[in-house]
Design a protein around this ligand. Structure first.
Ligand SMILES: NC(=O)c1ccc[n+]([C@@H]2O[C@H](COP(=O)([O-])OP(=O)(O)OC[C@H]3O[C@@H](n4cnc5c(N)ncnc54)[C@H](O)[C@@H]3O)[C@@H](O)[C@H]2O)c1
Length: 372
C-alpha cells in the first residue's frame, strides 16, 4: 500500500502521524511511505531520519495526498486540506466529527474512508488511541499545577513537595480515571499531599490499593467539594462522562472561599470543563485569574510536549496502521472489532451513530458496508 504522512497544518500542532521507526516497520512489510518534507521537524525528526528508515520525501502536502492510498496523521483535516482528499482514500487520524459539522460534511462529500483514532474501542470498552494522550495530559497537569504555584505566576509561592520541616502542597484530583491517576502519581512522587475523588467506589478501592501512602481517596458530593476547595493548593479536574459535557463540580461562588493563589487545572476543558469558570486557553496564553484563583485550561495539553506525545501516540497507532496496510481496511475491520468501531464515514455514508445523531444525518450500519 502507498502511505502518506503529511505535515500537520493546524495552528500550533507539532506532532506527526508516523515516526521514522514506524516508517521502517511499514517498509519492512512491503509498503511505500511518502513523508512531506519537514513533517517531523516539530518533533525533532528530520527528512534524513525518514529517508534512512526507507521513506521517500515529497516537497508539498498536495503531492502527499495525491499519491497515497492511506493518509496517517494526527489532527483532523482542516479546511485547506478538504479538497486534497481523494475518493476512496483511507484517512487514519483523530477526527472528533461530532464537534465539527463542516468537517463531517466535507468528508461525506469527498467520499473518503474515515477511521477515527478516538472511536477505536477494544471489547473491554477501552479507547487505546485516546489513552496515551490522557496519560500525557494527566502527568502534565501536575507539572503545570506545580509551576503556577510559583509566586512569579501569581500562585501561592509554594513548592509542591515542600522541604524537610515545611509541609508540601495539597493537591486535589477530581476524577480517578487515566488522567487523574497519572496526575496523582506525579503529584505523590513529587511529595505532595494528594487526594483523589471519584464517583466510582470500586475505582477508589483500586487506587487506594496501588497508590503510595501520601494519596487519600474521597467520594465527591457537593458538600465534600465545597469544604475541600478551601483547603487545597492545586485542584485538577479530570472527570469524564462519555459522550456528555463535563459536570460543573466547582462553581463560581466557591472561588472566594479558596486560598489566594490556588491553581485550578481543568483537564476536562475539551469536554466543556468541570469548573464553572473554565474557558479554553492556548499554550501561548495558558492561564487567567478570577478572584485570585489561577485557571489553567489548555484544551490540547499534549501539544506542548510533541516529542513525548508523538511517540506515545504512534506507539499505540502503528500496530493498527500496519493491519490496515497489510490487509486493506475492509479485511482489517472485519477481523478486528476495535478497528471496525473506528470507522465513522465510509465513501459518503455515516456509519457511526454518534456522528449521524449529532447532525441528523442518515445512518448506515457499518456491517452493511463491510459485507458489500
Ligand atoms: N485538555 C487536554 O489536553 C486533554 C487531554 C486528554 C484528555 N482530556 C480530558 O480529560 C478528561 C478525563 O479523561 P480520562 O481519559 O481520564 O477519562 P476516564 O474515563 O479514564 O476517567 C474519568 C473518571 O471520571 C470519573 N467521574 C465521572 N464523573 C465524576 C464526578 N462527577 N465526580 C468525580 N469523578 C467522576 C469516572 O468515574 C472516571 O473514573 C476527559 O474530559 C478528557 O477528554 C483532556
Amino acid at each position: 500500500m502507498i502511505i502518506g504522512v503529511p505535515k500537520e497544518i493546524k495552528p500550533a500542532e507539532n506532532r506527526v502521524g508516523m515516526t521514522p521507526a514506524g516508517v521502517l516497520e511499514m517498509t519492512k512489510a512491503g509498503h511505500t511511505v511518502y513523508v512531506q518534507s519537514g513533517a517531523g521537524t516539530g518533533t525533532d525528526f528530520y527528512d534524513e531520519d525518514y529517508e534512512k528508515a526507507g521513506a521517500r520525501i515529497l516537497p508539498t502536502i498536495e503531492e502527499v495526498y495525491a499519491i497515497a492510498d492511506m493518509i496517517v496523521k494526527v489532527k483532523e483535516p482542516i479546511e485547506p486540506e478538504y479538497k486534497l482528499i481523494k475518493e476512496n482514500q483511507l484517512l487514519f487520524t483523530y477526527f472528533h466529527f461530532a464537534s465539527c459539522e463542516p468537517l463531517t460534511k466535507a468528508m461525506i462529500e469527498q467520499k473518503a474512508i474515515c477511521l477515527a483514532y478516538e472511536t477505536v474501542e477494544t471489547p473491554d470498552r477501552k479507547l487505546p488511541l485516546l489513552v496515551p494522550m490522557s496519560e500525557v495530559a494527566g502527568r502534565m497537569a501536575t507539572q503545570e499545577g506545580a509551576k503556577y504555584l510559583e509566586r512569579f505566576y501569581g500562585g501561592r509561592g509554594l513548592l509542591l513537595g515542600g522541604v524537610p520541616g515545611v509541609p508540601p502542597a495539597k493537591v486535589l484530583v477530581i476524577g480517578g480515571g487515566v488522567v487523574g491517576t497519572q496526575a496523582a502519581k506525579m503529584a505523590s512522587g513529587m511529595g505532595a499531599d494528594v487526594t483523589i475523588m471519584d464517583l466510582n467506589i470500586d475505582r477508589l478501592r483500586y487506587l487506594d490499593d496501588v497508590m503510595p501512602e501520601n494519596v487519600n481517596t474521597l467520594v465527591p458530593n457537593e458538600m465534600t467539594i465545597r469544604e475541600a476547595v478551601k483547603d487545597f493548593d492545586v485542584i485538577i479536574g479530570a472527570v469524564l462522562i462519555p459522550g456528555a459535557k463535563a459536570p460543573k463540580l466547582i462553581t463560581r461562588d466557591m472561588l472566594p472561599t479558596m486560598k489566594q493563589g490556588t491553581v485550578l487545572v481543568d483537564v476536562a476543558i475539551d469536554q466543556g470543563g468541570c469548573f464553572e469558570t473554565s474557558k479554553p486557553t492556548t499554550h501561548q496564553d495558558p492561564t487567567y485569574i478570577i478572584d485570585d484563583v489561577i485557571h489553567y485550561t489548555v484544551a490540547n495539553m499534549p501539544g506542548a510536549v510533541p516529542f513525548t506525545s508523538t511517540l506515545a501516540l504512534t506507539n499505540a497507532t502503528l500496530p493498527y496502521a500496519l493491519q490496515l496496510a497489510n490487509k486493506g481496511w475492509q479485511k482489517a475491520c472485519n477481523e478486528n472489532s476495535a478497528l471496525k468501531l473506528g470507522l465513522n464515514i465510509v465513501k459518503g455514508d455515516v456509519v457511526y451513530k454518534g456522528v449521524s445523531e449529532a447532525f441528523d444525518l442518515p445512518y448506515v450500519p457499518v456491517e452493511e458496508i463491510l459485507n458489500k
